[in-house]
Design a protein around this ligand. Structure first.
Ligand code: FRU
Length: 460
């Protein structure tokens, strides 16, 4: 991704990474005048979470990204300690960015300002300052405005918040001009046991159904669920004209079952697709501090873009079709050779597994590092890797709603994103191997039902 810069042996190709420093949340996702824009939380000056700016890349195809000048820097009284996460909308040929100004006052207490910046060319932004006051009943943990327009050309904003009783919440605001915002209260009635803070809310509307995506902090581990430090997931339901979200009778579901996935944001492109990017970097602080890319002066990446759909009561995520452009030449196709170890010549690969019927139980290993195991009796699929700090093996898992028939994996030098059953579940993770392994060995042992395996080399 980085241009004219060597980023070491874990350099990524088609993932968005920072040229240096630390990247976190995707921000301001939009297609503006035909061009895709991705902004991201960026500490330009180091690989820790200190002061954040908005980094900026653009693309014609969601795959090849070109660095732009930093879009927002913390240089005003209302954002002096960080331009935190937010979103973008286009209105009357201008690009509007809504973001949170993070401020530490003279007593070192947190203050948050929901701010606007406007651009004509999509590159240079003029800050207009705060557009929303701190509401009463909430702490200063209030951030990450996500704005969208409804079919009547009115604007809505959801805002992540913490109530004074230290529970998470999401606020909803309404506007007709993007400048004056009316507070409409909580987006939804309180749900129990949903943590102390909800970050990065996003209301995505499909035909006839809405999905409220958010990143709650402070959930308790429940079996295979909620095992990462923080979670990102969704509720399906209906968004009323009065600005309330009425959830369906389903619990909060994680969007991704892997180790590294947080703060996703969506947008709709000119083809009407809902596209999601997430941050592949949420980690316990000591694990984050040991990420090997820090030696090369950078840390973290975004996920590949995923097309989001609503089907059978749940969200489905599939890699955007543009990723097929990365496929080089003819793929290796393997049928009935699944007990062999496969040597691959590149570090970037797409792996497709198709079973004619449901898969039998199996285990396979990628680069002798990431182990994927499936149990056909329980329907549980588990992904295991080595933790680069503790050197211990660790796993994440989910029980599938229906038998496994298909998997699609995107593999880079230190990332794996594995889409299961046509996007019904996804595992995203980083992995770091001590030695430089130029080849990828996929060894596949299974009991009975052999899949067709198609392996593409990818080139960026
Ligand atoms: C989520 C988050 C946001 C905040 C940003 C700061 O990862 O904590 O709530 O705006 O990161 O970088």
């Amino acid at each position: 991704m980085a241009q004219n810069k060597t980023m070491g042996k874990y350099e990524l190709g088609y993932h968005i990474t920072p040229a240096k420093g630390l990247l976190n949340d995707p921000n301001g996702l939009i297609q503006f005048n035909g061009v895709y824009h991705v902004f991201y939380q960026w500490n330009q000056n180091g690989t820790t979470h200190t002061t954040k700016s908005w980094g900026h890349v653009i693309s014609d195809d969601l795959i090849h990204w070109v660095d732009q000048p930093v879009a927002l820097e913390p240089d005003q009284w209302f954002d002096k300690d960080g331009c935190y996460s937010g979103s973008a909308v286009a209105f009357e040929d201008k690009l509007y960015l809504f973001y949170t100004g993070n401020v530490r006052n003279e007593k070192n207490e947190r203050e948050s300002y929901q701010c606007l910046a406007v651009s004509k060319d999509g590159v240079h932004f003029e800050k207009k300052g705060p557009v929303i006051d701190q509401p009463s009943g909430y702490t200063a943990h209030i951030r990450d405005p996500k704005v969208w327009q409804n079919e009547n050309n009115e604007w809505w904003m959801v805002l992540g918040a913490q109530k004074e009783d230290l529970t998470g919440d999401t606020l909803i605001y309404h506007s007709t001009d993007l400048i004056d915002w009316t507070f409409k209260g909580s987006l939804m009635d309180q749900i129990e046991d949903m943590g102390f803070m909800w970050e990065c809310p996003d209301l995505t509307q499909f035909e006839g159904k809405s999905a409220f995506i958010f990143s709650p902090q402070g959930l308790t581990v429940k079996g295979d669920e909620f095992n990462n430090i923080y979670q990102s997931g969704y509720l399906t339901g209906d968004f009323t004209k009065a600005g309330k979200f009425l959830p369906d009778d389903y619990p909060f579901r994680e969007l991704d079952r892997g180790f590294e996935f947080y703060a996703p944001q969506t947008f709709q492109d000119s083809k009407g697709r809902h596209i999601l990017f997430g941050w592949m970097g949420v980690m316990e602080p000591e694990v984050e501090a040991a990420v090997p890319t820090i030696q090369d002066g950078w840390i973290h990446n975004l996920t590949i873009p995923r097309e989001l759909d609503y089907a059978n009561g749940q969200l489905i995520q599939r890699p955007v079709v543009e990723l097929e452009k990365l496929r080089q030449g003819q793929p290796q196709v393997l049928i009935g050779k699944t007990k062999e170890s496969l040597q691959l010549s590149t570090l970037q690969n797409e792996l497709l597994f198709n079973w004619k019927e449901a898969a039998g139980s199996f285990a396979f290993q990628i680069r002798n590092e990431v182990l994927v195991e499936y149990n056909q009796d329980s329907g549980r699929i588990q992904v295991t890797r080595t933790n680069w700090l503790t050197k211990k093996r660790e796993s994440r898992a989910v029980t599938l709603k229906r038998p496994l028939t298909q998997m699609q994996g995107f593999l880079e030098s230190s990332t794996l994103e594995l889409f299961i059953n046509d996007g019904e579940e996804v595992f995203s993770l980083r992995y770091f191997q001590g030695q430089e392994v130029k080849t990828v060995a996929v060894s596949f042992c299974e009991t009975g039902k052999e899949p067709e395996i198609i392996i593409y080399s990818l080139k960026h």
